[in-house]
Ligand binder design. Structure first.
Ligand code: NDP
Ligand code: OXD
Length: 315
């Protein structure tokens, strides 16, 4: 009889309870180990399930067959110099994750577009302050950096609210009602028509620091930024400077250069910046356990697993 596969669930102990049930349900034959077992069982682990592996963990797992990322973005795994470049790495792709992120994006687009902060401030003073929209919906051009699984759903949701939507990606896209810009050569014209810029790119060597002073200067005056991708995309000081000199109207940030965002960061109390603690979309453990069981099933049969990352491209 075939040996059961051994999985290492590399999540902090406070989180493992959320994962153990669904993983055992979808992979009833597997041996599921937690972080505390990693040292003793290192040579017997077949599959690693992780988001940001602890330093030294990957180097200690000598018989790994594959790694499953608990999120859509694999930058935390590829940043580990011990990750073997030929090892299969699968990322998490699921409608539930795209849907949550699309909800976050729609929420923050509408908070900005409808001037909700102005009405919150008025309510805090018991003031009845009516005001029309500062810009018509049809004139509020939205630009989405990254038209992958998540960016595409965000584009469709915003298009359905009648915003003019444009996407930027490496390859050209054909999403109904959404204009496509592709490649580095089309970034500047894409930015020039983005009144609300939404970053949903993977963090790679090509996209690191892409939200910088030069990029902001190419946006129309009064543009708004939503970064729900990775903190490494944004040069935080350039953003603050662009807002403070009045070129950008503000920003919503879910991800940061350093997470948790340090208590003394100027971003926390900036009047034109909304901060959320990397919660734009949180992986659903049941959906992830199902995807992992399908991936392991495929690999054990000698077939390719879905959503394998292209290591050379970094996403
Ligand atoms: P995908 O891999 O499906 O899509 C990535 C998109 O980015 C593709 O359209 C790709 O172009 C484009 N892209 C990549 N590199 C470049 C480049 N150099 N120039 C132009 N376009 C580029 O990713 P997902 O949509 O699944 O996820 C996107 C990111 O969202 C994740 O990597 C993660 O960082 C972030 N995320 C954040 C969450 C949060 O809670 N804040 C939750 C989930 C994800 P092409 O299509 O041509 O390949
Ligand atoms: C992800 C994330 O990449 O949670 O899925 O950030």
């Amino acid at each position: 009889m075939a040996e059961p596969v051994t999985l290492l669930l590399d999540v902090p102990s406070g989180w493992s309870g959320h994962w153990a049930g669904p993983l055992s349900e979808y992979l009833p034959q597997a041996r599921l180990l937690g972080q505390d077992d990693a040292a003793v069982e290192a040579g017997r682990i077949d599959y690693l399930i992780t988001f940001r592996p602890r330093k030294g963990l990957l180097a200690s797992l000598s018989n790994l067959k594959a790694v499953f990322c608990l999120g859509a973005g694999v930058d935390g795994i590829l940043a580990d110099p011990d990750f073997p470049r030929d090892l299969p790495l699968m990322r998490f792709v699921d409608r539930s994750l795209s849907r949550e992120l699309a909800q976050y994006v729609v929420l923050h687009v509408l908070i900005f577009h409808r001037g909700q902060r102005y009405f919150d401030a008025a309510q805090a003073m018991n003031k009845w302050r009516q005001r029309p929209l500062l810009r018509r919906t049809e004139d509020t051009r939205i630009g989405i950096l990254g038209m992958g699984e998540i960016g595409t759903m965000c584009a469709e949701r915003l298009r359905d609210l009648d915003f003019p939507v444009t996407g930027w990606s490496r390859s050209r896209k054909a999403v109904s009602g959404v204009e496509s810009f592709a490649g580095a050569g089309e970034l500047a014209p894409f930015l020039a028509r983005s009144d609300i810029l939404i970053c949903l790119l993977p963090l790679t060597s090509a996209t690191q620091g892409i939200l910088n002073a030069k990029t902001f200067a190419l946006l129309p005056k009064g543009a708004f930024l939503i970064n729900a991708a990775r903190g490494g995309h944004l040069i935080e000081a350039d953003l603050v400077e662009a807002i403070d000199r009045g070129h950008l109207a503000g920003a919503t940030l879910d991800v940061f250069q350093h997470e948790p965002l340090p208590a003394d960061s100027v971003l926390w109390n900036h009047p034109k910046i909304t901060v959320t603690p990397h919660v734009a979309a949180i992986t659903d453990p049941r959906a992830a356990a199902r995807a992992i069981s399908e991936g392991i099933g495929a690999l054990e049969r000698g077939e390719p697993a879905p959503y394998r990352v292209d290591i050379a491209q970094g996403y």
